[in-house]
Design a protein around this ligand. Structure first.
Ligand SMILES: Nc1ncnc2c1ncn2[C@@H]1O[C@H](COP(=O)(O)OP(=O)(O)O)[C@@H](O)[C@H]1O
Ligand SMILES: [Mg+2]
Length: 319
């Protein structure tokens, strides 16, 4: 394949061998096109790839379509047999396969194995849609004897810093660098600027995004911070007249200090209507545990406080 068929940012990672590989960033940065092309070329070397999305229907229109476009672009029609009904491609020369799976397709999940050899690769597209336990279960399928190193690849837009993907993989990642390579983990951030195939219209659309949250996540490819990305179905209302039923009150505390402050939230749950009323909440900066306790005691009025479990020492101090 000519190098000119690829965006330069991705070229070094065509044969990257880390166990976990993360390609994330803004929209239209070329992630999906690159990973589709890579999976196809990998099949020519005997790798078997399982391409996963949460919903089978969206997979057909995205990754499955994208891989077929790569077949056409690279003139590989003679190399691959495409099954539209099964959503799979099979390399005619070595039997290696690309299998496509929506996690909502329960029957298929159980039965899925490549025709020849072991599953060497799993690519989870829009991985932020997929639950931690589902990805862990999938990863267990990367087993069996193979000359190829097994790889789990995740691609997504960084919708929220509260996401399990951030907590699980990004502790050593330097945002300024936009790249992390260790023997086991690869993380590459890209944005529309890394995609020279984007039309001027698409480029202008990205640059003119006015909504701060969308700009942060989809234009700049930075982990989203705003509530808009996490909780969307909420409304503000005057709750001063709402009778407080003690048995339904819950008080939660997230530890923090300076840049990331501590935060508490007093809420009342209405299991019947499935609503949560947030009655009080505050960010508290630079407070010792003792000062934190002074804030919380009048709010709690004897209620148990549910604390972030990451700081057992602080919990002991508050007790
Ligand atoms: N290597 C490439 N060759 C041709 N077109 C590309 C290439 N990479 C990206 N594009 C174009 O850019 C668009 C956005 O790329 P895509 O991979 O879908 O971005 P992302 O998955 O990062 O949102 C694609 O729909 C395609 O038109
Ligand atoms: Mg994409």
């Amino acid at each position: 394949m000519p190098r000119s068929a690829f965006n330069a940012a991705y070229l070094p990672y065509l044969t990257a061998s880390q166990r976990v590989q993360i390609f994330y960033g803004g929209a239209g940065s070329g992630k999906s096109v690159f990973l589709a092309a890579r999976a196809l070329l990998d099949a020519m070397t005997g790798r078997n790839t399982l391409v996963v999305r949460q919903v089978a229907r969206t997979l057909r229109a995205s990754c499955f379509a994208e891989v077929q476009k790569s077949v056409a672009r690279f003139g590989l029609g003679d190399w691959f047999q495409v099954s539209r009904s099964e959503m799979s491609l099979t390399c005619r020369h070595n039997g290696a396969q690309l299998l496509f799976l929506g996690l909502d397709d329960v029957e298929k999940v159980k039965s899925l194995t490549p025709g020849r050899g072991a599953l060497t690769d799993i690519w989870v597209e829009e991985a932020t849609e997929t639950a931690y336990t589902d990805v862990k279960q999938l990863e267990k399928r990367l087993r069996g004897i193979s000359p190829h190193k097994k790889r789990l690849t995740l691609s997504f837009n960084p919708v929220s810093r509260a996401h399990w993907i951030y907590r699980t993989y990004f502790s050593d990642f330097k945002e300024d660098a936009g790249l992390l390579t260790t023997p086991h983990l690869l993380i590459l951030r890209t944005t529309y600027k890394d995609n020279r195939f984007l039309s001027p219209d698409d480029r202008a659309g990205m640059e003119n995004e006015a909504d701060p949250y969308f700009r942060q996540v989809y234009t700049l490819g930075e982990w989203g911070l705003q509530a808009g990305g996490i909780l969307t179905r909420f409304e503000e209302a005057d709750l001063s007249g709402l009778p407080r039923v003690k048995a339904r009150l819950r008080l939660g505390l997230d530890f923090g200090y300076a840049r990331a402050p501590a935060a508490y939230l007093l809420a009342m749950v209405e299991p019947g209507e499935g609503s949560v009323y947030v009655l009080e909440g505050r960010y508290l900066r630079g407070l010792s545990n003792q000062a934190l306790a002074r804030h919380l005691i009048p709010v709690a009025q004897g209620l148990p406080v549910y604390c972030d479990s990451a700081e057992p020492k602080s919990i002991a101090a508050l007790r």
